[in-house]
Design a protein around this ligand. Sequence first.
Ligand code: 5GP
Ligand code: ZN
Length: 116
Amino acid sequence: MDNCIFCKIANGAIPSKKVYEDGDMLAFHDIHPVAPVHFLIIPKLHVASLADCDSSHQALLGKLMVLAPQLAREQGLTDGFRIIVNTGRVGRQEVYHLHIHIMGGREPLPTMLRKD
Ligand code: 5GP
Ligand code: ZN
């Protein structure tokens, strides 16, 4: 995808602080971290959103999810972490290239959503 910022990060056209890379996945630190550790994992394949996934993406999603705890541990998140997958307008997704956020630090994170 020509105009996708995460495709550009995946192909090296835009630099990132890399956490991990293999043939089909890339992990890098979020440019605006909201926790002491905050990185993203993306498939190199352009998929716009989790809402666009179906059974043909099962292996890709499985790999993404299995990678998450491994990389979290390597980043020092040995006592838990949070994963967020913002999806679509209601989920306030900003970048339409599938990604998961992994967040954590030494202290528990704020509650997930305010009940107000
Ligand atoms: P979402 O689409 O899940 O709402 O958020 C996209 C995330 O990507 C945001 O947390 C934002 O800070 C991050 N982001 C957007 N552009 C860049 C970039 O060019 N580099 C990096 N490392 N992160 C980015
Ligand atoms: Zn893309």
